[in-house]
Design a binder for this molecule. Structure first.
Ligand code: ADP
Ligand code: ZN
Length: 737
């Protein structure tokens, strides 16, 4: 880093007086010790720059006794103290907690919570117009409209704002300026994030919503930590209920964090928030422009930004005075980070609220089994919203038994579904076809020799993307042009696509409904998040008749004209051997079918399946979520699976298969003997090869009250030394197992 970009003070020729521990952003288990120059003030939480080897890194002064045995003169000194508020005790406790729970290096966790303040260029002034009065040479109707407006409102206008408000072209405004009726002035820029007003509007909260919000407001007013779960069907008004909780927290002058699984795509959420509170919340996610990121960070730290809506990483923002966390769609797998620090933001949010001693509200139409169990055990206060708000009814859901209603040859859509789509089109309403698979076909093979296209560096098939004329690996992103000849036997034009992806469904739709306007929504097709937002807005405005999409369209969106949802393959994901498969499928199918009929139009959901008797399918069509959860919870309890038991997965990877396997076996041998905890494996990981690295997996299973962390720590400490290319990924509470 170039220090001239940073706010802070550099020291020269210091005299060193004491020692402080500093967490550095490296995968090391402990804080490093540094000397503090005389006259320099640092305290636990101070953000500093320190030398590590030849590099300068940004770290944070941590708690712990100054080590008197260390001579400051023999240590390297801090090189810079940043001019920003220190990380609070609350945040430091949170970082420590997350690090010890996930067994992650504390410096890597701390890194998510600190930021070196960068210099911001002064905000550019905005060009504006001031009304000077007077008459134009010629008063056209357009000019008159502009002058009427300017007479009415004596605020400084922007050129485009005035033209837009008057409904005239900018040249009309420019003409008046040229005649001296307006003069150009420079205005200060608008504020980063306006302040939300808890009483901007007062929505009518009645019936079940009233009961739910009374319950939640009570726990907020009682003060201190509490956890509530809003369990309500899609469109039941959950958002409106937690908005009440946010309003109450704002009235108390505290900050609010709203976690959302796909914030970058939910521009409609931001608008809805603005309608209720008169201003948008600050946004926090990976697609934020750097300047905005810097501003939101500062606003959060100083307390100027009152509400942040963010992705899971927002959980580590160092709020000045956080008073409430909302976790919307709390069951969503996107809350799990599986990179460097493996953590579930939903679970860690509860920890953060407990440490900060403030309330948290979890929200879902299909709560996770974990949260359901916490509700049943009285750890969470559960409130229910069993019906949709207003006139909207839940869609009518039916299964299509694909054994009895097969598609025509080469197709994937049953005649039953096609007929329903036709009727929907005739009513000028929208259909959504859901298939959670990107690309054209999940597998491509040669009809002559049977050759299958496999990724050269992963154990996964290459997926054909016909729109791009590519075959791609969905693990590592490897891609090549779709070949014309088989690389094995050389036969031309004999490659066959096996199974459907969204692109192939689009092709089938095109064939049946050539006149319909179709949109394919999948993360790889469209140019980035901006483009996706636009497409989602277009769908909401009714600019498409048929939408074919992956899970991207499943979440949270409100499409007023959507009255038919067809699930192309409801069974996908049921048979992957994962004990969470039933729960996940139930949640996904509920979410997707929940996109239909949000505005009172009669709506339908048709689920294509080969297993109509499966408990998940039965639960979906009967609408009896309660029975499904009851059964699921009983099964987990019997098998001592989470949340009744505990799991951890260790993935050992290396450049060679032998190195990975040997190391994994060594770890297994080093496992201590503890009653109630057992180790399974090592076995080849579900993805045995990723980016050229061979992977073996150990699964650790424990009873509910076992100290898994102590067990795993002992295993790692007593196990073989990590050498060469060997890497270990430790995942506490893995998503799939
Ligand atoms: P959920 O979050 O459960 O999916 P929403 O909060 O989005 O449900 O509510 C569904 C629809 O009902 C939205 O269009 C919302 O504007 C409307 N709505 C919910 N509660 C109210 C209310 N109290 N007053 C007016 N409209 C409401
Ligand atoms: Zn690959």
């Amino acid at each position: 880093i170039d220090s001239s970009d940073l706010f802070g003070s550099l020291f020269e020729a210091p005299s060193l007086v004491r020692v402080v521990p500093v967490l550095v952003p490296l995968p090391v288990p402990v804080a490093y010790s540094y000397a503090v120059p005389e006259g320099v003030h640092v305290e636990p939480g101070s953000v500093v720059q320190v030398p590590v080897g030849p590099r300068q890194l940004i770290g944070v002064v941590w708690d712990g006794d100054n080590d008197d045995k260390l001579d400051p003169k023999k240590l390297r000194p801090l090189t810079l103290v940043f001019d920003c508020p220190p990380l609070s005790k609350e945040m430091r406790d949170f970082v420590d907690w997350v690090a010890s729970y996930t067994l992650s290096p504390p410096g890597l966790v701390a890194r998510m919570a600190i930021r070196a303040p960068a210099a911001l260029d002064p905000e550019p002034m905005v060009e504006g117009l001031r009304y000077l009065g007077g008459q134009p040479e010629r008063l056209t109707p357009a000019r008159a409209r502009v002058l009427d407006l300017a007479d009415e409102e004596e605020i400084p206008w922007t050129r485009s704002g005035l033209a837009h408000a008057a409904g005239v072209s900018m040249s009309v405004v420019d003409g008046l300026t040229a005649q001296g009726i307006f003069e150009t002035v420079f205005l200060p820029p608008p504020p980063v994030v306006a302040r939300p007003d808890p009483d901007y509007i007062s929505p009518r909260i009645e019936g079940p919503q009233k009961q739910a919000s009374v319950d939640i407001l009570e726990s907020i007013r009682a003060g201190g930590f509490s956890a509530s779960l809003i369990d309500g069907v899609t469109g039941s008004g959950k958002t409106e209920v937690y908005f009440e909780a946010i309003a109450e927290t704002l009235r108390r002058g505290k900050q609010v964090l709203i976690l959302l699984p796909e914030i970058a795509l939910t521009s409609s959420f931001l608008e809805r928030f603005q309608e209720r509170f008169g201003a948008k919340p600050g946004e926090w996610h990976s697609d934020l422009a750097p300047r905005m990121r810097e501003k939101v960070w500062r606003g959060v730290v100083t307390g100027e930004v009152k509400v942040v809506a963010g992705a899971r990483s927002a959980l580590f923002l160092p709020f000045e005075d956080l008073g409430l966390i909302i976790v919307d769609e709390e069951h969503d797998p996107a809350y799990k980070q599986e990179d460097r620090v493996f953590y579930n933001a939903r679970d860690m949010a509860v920890v953060r609220a407990r440490i900060g001693d403030f309330p948290i509200v979890l929200v879902s139409a299909t709560p996770s089994v974990e949260s359901q169990v916490n509700g049943l055990a009285g750890r969470y206060n559960t409130v229910h919203l069993p019906t949709r708000f207003g006139d909207a009814a839940m869609p009518d859901l039916h299964l299509i038994d694909m054994r009895r209603h097969p598609p025509e040859r080469g197709g994937f859509l049953s005649p039953v579904l096609l007929r329903a789509m036709k009727k929907t089109l005739e009513r000028n309403e929208q259909s959504l076809l859901f298939l959670n698979r990107r690309g054209y076909a999940p597998l491509t093979l040669c009809r002559v020799c049977g050759h299958r296209f496999q990724c050269p560096q992963c154990s996964s098939w290459l997926v054909e993307h016909r729109f791009k004329s590519q075959i791609q690996c969905h693990q590592c992103g490897y891609s090549e042009r779709t070949p014309e000849a088989c690389p094995e036997c050389g036969t031309l034009d004999h490659l066959v696509a096996c199974g459907p992806g969204v692109e192939r469904i689009a092709e089938e739709v095109e064939k049946h409904f050539p006149e319909a306007r179709t949109i394919v929504m999948s993360s790889d097709l469209l140019g980035g998040v901006k483009r996706m937002r636009l497409e989602l807005e277009a769908i909401a405005k009714g600019e498409a008749d048929i939408v074919i999409g992956t899970q991207l369209v499943a979440k949270g969106h409100n499409f007023p004209l959507m009255t038919l949802v067809g699930i192309v393959d409801s069974d996908l994901g049921l048979s992957n051997g994962d004990p969470r498969a039933a729960e996940r499928t139930f949640q996904l199918l509920s979410q997707v079918t929940g996109r239909a009929g949000r505005t009172g139009l009669k709506s339908h959901g048709l689920l294509q399946t080969f297993q109509p008797q499966h408990p998940v399918m039965q639960a979906i069509v009967s609408g009896d979520a309660g029975a499904f959860y009851e059964r699921e919870i009983a099964e987990r309890e019997k098998a001592i699976l989470p949340p009744f038991g505990r799991l951890a997965s260790l993935i050992v990877s290396a450049d060679t298969r032998a190195d990975a396997e040997t190391h994994a076996r060594g770890l297994r041998a080093a496992a201590p003997k503890v009653t109630g905890i057992s180790v399974l494996g090592p076995a080849e990981a579900p993805l045995a090869l990723v980016r050229g690295r061979h992977r073996f997996r150990l699964l650790v299973h424990g009873r509910r009250n076992s100290d898994m962390q102590a067990f795993l720590r002992a295993m790692m400490e007593n196990g073989p030394k990590q050498r060469g290319s060997v890497q270990i990924q430790l995942d506490i509470d893995p998503q799939s197992f």
